[in-house]
Design a protein around this ligand. Structure first.
Ligand code: ADP
Ligand code: ZN
Length: 723
């Protein structure tokens, strides 16, 4: 069986042009009837690794998945792509179940989803049944659940050990998104897949950017953050049920569409809230960690942690729920060492000192991540034993410059306070003491000390930053334990004596725009068209009662709104459009796109849809060169006769960027304004500029003129008016 056929199925059934990560290898292995274990991050595309073989093999593929709540959506999504699939679980009526059995008997099904419990049925009844059925493949989803070393052990998974013995000739593919080396080994052992191939993909989630903010006035910060993301879906994690309820209510009072989710709510309430979130009918879910396992919503744009998670594994998994569709997404953590201290009691494992100390170590690593000054992505990947470059370009640290100043005197005040307090107090008390707090908590004898109040000119927040900075530079240290005390170090004496200067961080300056690898891979799209298309999708999803992403993913809609396909053939070239979806949904979307294009005098931009070749390496080259280099490169191509769209395609940049590059050369006369802007547009742009007196800024002019005019065109005219 050939991989050519597999590629055809990929294109025609699922609408994708090429395989991702290890999909190719995994499919090939399965088709050769070899067992394999596939490790891919969330959103990597594990499902296709068994769905495509399922369509190529003669018999039935049985998928074992613990996530009963997901099965229906998964099956609906498959059916929508023209794949005959069904599920069996306890939520179904007897009639529904017998319909499924009938379909199996009539060889109508390619995929059957079952929960592991099903295999436990009395006396191997189900296994015996399967033996009489023509089973071609077993796929075990969330395979880490079989390992007691993992963080999500499920005893019923141990039953799967039987599979190999009962079905020695049927290949098994085990899939998971989280498994360290120990767990990988355990999966292979427990499933008795002795000669299994192991396919491990990178755990990097390039489309997620990581940011950590100090946890101070986090609610205010959150409101700002959400205010800028009103149209996006997101998950906000809190530690306790009480804070989930309160935050969800507060957010609703502020006008956000947010609902709570935690284990203390009634089952129906939880299900309803989850459902509303999945179907895009509410934007925000505020939740404890009870929420998430089994959330297959692909367009989660942000995940916020109001409190620190207990370990990096949890943080990675929870933030990993963002951006499964591959579009740019964000992870935001509000961090304080206080949280880490609070969690220390939560991670105790009763009566198991060894396990407790592993958990405490993991917790401290979480703290280290929160306090990190270097690339956060690198830290995460190294944590999962993966090497990567030092700077990712899309985390807060890679995008932040630290300005330092001579903070010797501040440092001396802090260190002498710690000394005067005999190294017996924590940061909070020390800061109150430095600021001369009148609070009763400050002991009377401390109020007599010379250092009391010497730091009253500095705010509490700033003191926290300075103390943290002093700790990270090794001038102070903190004891372990729930109430860490500040202590001097061997480096402190020189500062106190005045023989060593200390530089402190002044302000965090966020670099203007993240030079992320990923935002470039997102085409520039017309956001109002995208909004219209989402409405079309919502209507269809509601009618068919499936989540919107089952119709088309956000990523697919973004491509519609970027490349403006005008006909069925063009639609098929968009990622995520297969034959059946074209037939089922093509018309209403085409109609909407055409309507928009007519209204705005736009045409298809399918010619801009570059093959996604070597985007990454090209971007890297771009990041290295200076602004002028990149503009010069565009100019050189322009002069040698390439059109703007050809340059954009060749360089993997947007046309807007190329136009902006070229506009720079108008002043020197190397490029003429007429080469960049259609003749009839020049006058209206000039008029708008003069009317708005925007002082050289393109933004207000663009806003005024609307979508018929690009930034590039406006900049070109602005430049031409300069000379
Ligand atoms: P996982 O189970 O690994 O979390 P999924 O199988 O749900 O990931 O896939 C995530 C998303 O990526 C889905 O929308 C899927 O259709 C899409 N996808 C999978 N493989 C490809 C591919 N080769 N090209 C483009 N998109 C893909
Ligand atoms: Zn980084």
């Amino acid at each position: 069986m050939s991989m050519t056929r597999a590629k055809e199925i990929l294109k025609h059934k699922f609408g994708y042009d090429s395989f991702r990560l290890n999909q190719h290898q995994a499919i090939e292995s399965v088709l050769q009837k070899k067992d394999c274990v596939v490790l891919m991050p969330t959103g990597g595309g594990k499902s296709l690794c068994y769905q495509i073989p399922a369509l190529m093999l003669n018999g039935l593929t049985v998928v074992i998945s613990p996530l009963i709540s997901l099965m229906k959506d998964q099956v609906d999504a498959l059916k929508n792509s023209g794949v005959e699939a069904a599920f069996l679980n306890s939520t179904q009526s007897a009639a529904q179940q017998s319909a499924v059995y009938r379909a199996i008997a009539n060889k109508k099904l390619k995929l059957l989803y079952v929960a592991p419990e099903r295999l436990l049925q009395a006396g191997d009844r189900f296994i015996d049944y399967l033996k009489e059925t023509d089973v071609s493949l077993f796929a075990i989803d969330e395979a880490h659940c079989i390992s007691s070393w993992g963080h999500d052990f499920r005893p019923e998974y141990l039953q799967l050990a039987k599979l190999k013995a009962h079905f020695p000739a049927v290949p098994v593919i085990a899939l998971t998104a989280t498994a360290d080396k120990l767990v990988r080994r355990d999966i292979i052992d427990k499933l008795e897949m002795n000669s299994a191939a192991l396919f491990v993909s990178s755990f990097n989630r390039p489309n997620i950017s990581y940011t950590v903010e100090p946890k101070r006035n986090s609610y205010g910060q959150l409101l700002d953050y959400l205010g800028k993301r009103k149209n996006d879906s997101g998950i906000i994690y809190c530690l306790s049920r009480a804070s989930v309820d309160k935050l969800a209510e507060d957010l609703r009072d502020e006008g956000f569409s947010a609902l709570p989710y935690h284990a203390g709510l009634d089952k129906q309430v939880k299900e309803r809230h989850q459902e509303l979130f999945l179907r895009d009918e509410i934007k925000i879910i505020v939740a404890t960690i009870a929420f998430g396992m089994g959330i297959d919503k692909s367009n989660v744009r942000f995940v916020v942690h109001m409190d620190a998670p207990k370990n990096i594994e949890s943080y990675y998994q929870e933030t990993g729920r963002a951006g499964r569709d591959g579009l740019q997404s964000e992870a935001l953590l509000f961090f304080s060492w206080g949280d880490i201290a609070k969690l220390k009691s939560f991670v105790q494992v009763d009566g198991d000192q060894a396990q407790t100390s592993i958990m405490v170590k993991k917790l401290n690593q979480m703290g280290e991540f929160g306090d990190l000054k270097s690339c956060r992505r690198k830290f995460l990947l190294n944590y999962f034993s993966e090497e990567t470059k030092d700077i990712c370009g899309s985390c807060d640290n890679c995008n932040t410059d630290y300005e330092r100043f001579d903070g010797t005197i501040i440092a001396q005040k802090a260190l002498s306070a710690v000394k005067r307090l005999d190294e017996r107090f924590g940061a909070n008390y020390t800061i109150d003491f430095l600021r001369g707090s009148q609070s009763k908590t400050i002991r009377p004898e401390h109020k007599e000390l010379k250092t009391y109040g010497v730091g009253s000119d500095i705010s509490k927040d700033n003191w926290f930053d300075y103390i943290k900075d002093l700790i990270s530079q090794g001038y102070l240290k903190q004891t372990e334990g729930q109430y860490p005390l500040l202590m001097l170090t061997e480096k402190s004496a020189a500062v106190l004596k005045g023989t060593e200067k200390v530089d402190l961080i002044k302000v965090k300056i966020r670099l203007e725009k993240k030079a992320s690898l990923v935002s470039e891979t997102e085409p520039e799209y017309l956001s109002d068209l995208l909004t219209d298309l989402k409405k079309v999708r919502a209507v269809i999803a509601k009618k068919e009662s499936v989540p919107p992403y089952v119709v088309f993913s956000d990523a697919t809609l973004v491509e519609f709104a970027a490349y403006l396909p005008q006909a069925a053939g063009e639609l098929l070239r968009i990622s995520g459009v297969g034959d059946l979806k074209l037939e089922k949904y093509g018309k209403p979307f085409l109609k909407e796109i055409r309507k928009y294009c007519e209204m705005h005098h736009l045409e298809s931009r399918m010619h801009l849809k570059a093959v996604k070749r070597q985007r990454k390496t090209k971007n890297k080259a771009k990041a290295v060169g200076s602004k002028n280099d990149t503009a010069n490169a565009s100019l050189a191509m322009f002069k040698s006769g390439f059109s703007i769209s050809e340059i954009a395609e060749e360089r993997c940049l947007s046309t807007n960027t190329i136009e902006t590059h070229l506009a720079r050369f108008i002043e020197s006369g190397e490029v003429k304004v007429g080469q960049l802007v259609q003749a009839h547009k020049i006058e209206p742009i000039k008029k708008a500029i003069l009317k708005l007196k925007s002082g050289g800024a393109a933004g207000p002019v663009k806003e005024f003129l609307g979508d018929d005019y690009s930034y590039g065109e406006i900049r070109a005219v602005l430049m031409s008016m300069k000379h």
